[in-house]
Design a protein around this ligand. Structure first.
Ligand code: GRE
Length: 340
């Protein structure tokens, strides 16, 4: 399918090669290739996109990124540098690339102001944040955005009418030492990433963030970070036990998945799982994505293009849902016929 849109696509700053290699050492079999690809915006990415029918990509600064920096000033400085850098590097390529804002999440009003700058001045399409913000004097604290002081930030996200992508990061500090240190192969895509994001997102649901901000749109990757599989059980426990015991979120988990939450196919190229997600949350809230360069264009695109889906669903998931969500203008192959 031509003109696909992909939106969990990572870059790092070329000046950070050492850090990129450190991260690659945990997650990339070929760390030279990974480092080359993630530090490049245009060369390899555009070649792959042309070869595999991706018309438009929304780029984001790689994990753990600014969420790993517990000094608030340093975090803010890096966020601004990253945003200016990516804006400069996609200039003139607006028919192929957009960007998510990178935010320091130490302070709700500072995060809101940087998001506003990115959206109104740089033309960014939303924000992507890597789960909790490390904080405290030794980085062992974690800031969750499901607390009332973050209402100020969420109001601005709603007002700007842009989506917020809640992306994983690695467990750190005491949490890492107690839970994961002796189970290190489960860190990342096998388990810890989904646990982190699903805890955070369900924290937002149960703490009433979506009730206070009903227009808020949050995207999660990897076909929903295990949540679609658990919707029935979460719904049963919220409605039949937790609400009678005092949980006071206004709607059901199914409602939040209909009105506020989107999932992407990033790094999860299974037709069976996709079909299950379609039955649980519907094709209107699923978005194609790759997760490049942690995954590759070939696997994502040959899977999606060949998957047994109706043409209508292929069009929605491959690009039409994203066009609407991000209010995109024409881009390369945005109107190309959809074929199986
Ligand atoms: C990511 O998307 O950021 C990521 C990693 C490490 C492994 C897989 C992955 O940072 O998708």
């Amino acid at each position: 399918m031509l003109g696909k849109i992909a939106l969990e696509e990572a870059f790092s700053l070329p000046r950070q090669e050492e850090r990129t290699r450190w991260w690659a050492s945990f997650f990339a079999v070929d760390s030279d290739k990974h480092t080359r690809e993630i530090s490049d915006i245009d060369k390899y990415r555009t070649q792959y996109a042309d070869k595999y029918g991706v018309g438009y990509q929304i780029l984001s600064y790689t994990a753990p990124g600014v969420q790993d920096i517990w000094d608030p000033k340093e975090a803010q400085k890096l966020a601004v540098e990253v945003n200016d850098w990516v804006a400069e590097n996609i200039k003139g390529k607006e028919d192929r690339y957009g960007a998510f804002a990178t935010l320091s999440m130490h302070n709700p009003s500072e995060a809101a102001a940087e998001l506003r700058r990115c959206v109104t001045k740089l033309g960014f399409l939303g924000a992507l944040v890597n789960d909790t913000q490390r904080a405290g004097s030794d980085g062992d604290d974690m800031i969750f955005y499901d607390q009332p002081e973050w209402d100020e930030f969420w109001s601005v996200v709603e007002e700007l009418d842009v989506p917020f992508y809640l992306h994983p990061r690695n467990p750190t500090g005491t949490i890492h030492d107690k839970l994961w240190a002796k189970r290190k192969w489960l860190v990342g895509p096998p388990l810890s990433f989904a646990q982190g994001v699903s805890l955070h997102l369900l924290g937002m649901v149960t703490n009433g963030v979506f009730d206070r901000h009903p227009k808020l749109q949050v995207i999660i990757g990897h076909l929903g970070e295990h949540l679609p599989f658990d919707i029935w059980r979460i719904n049963h426990w919220f409605e039949d036990v937790k609400k009678p015991l005092g949980l006071d979120c206004k709607r059901t988990i199914k409602d939040y998945f209909q009105d506020n939450i989107w999932i992407t196919t990033s790094g999860h190229f299974s037709t069976q799982t996709l079909a299950f997600c379609q039955t649980m949350i519907g094709s209107d809230r699923i978005l194609f994505s790759i997760d490049y360069p942690f995954e590759n264009f070939h696997d994502a695109c040959t899977w999606f293009d060949g998957a047994e889906l109706s043409l209508a669903d292929k069009a929605k998931i491959g690009r039409e849902n994203a066009k609407k969500l991000f209010k995109l203008d024409k881009y390369k192959d945005s109107e190309a016929p959809v074929t199986n």
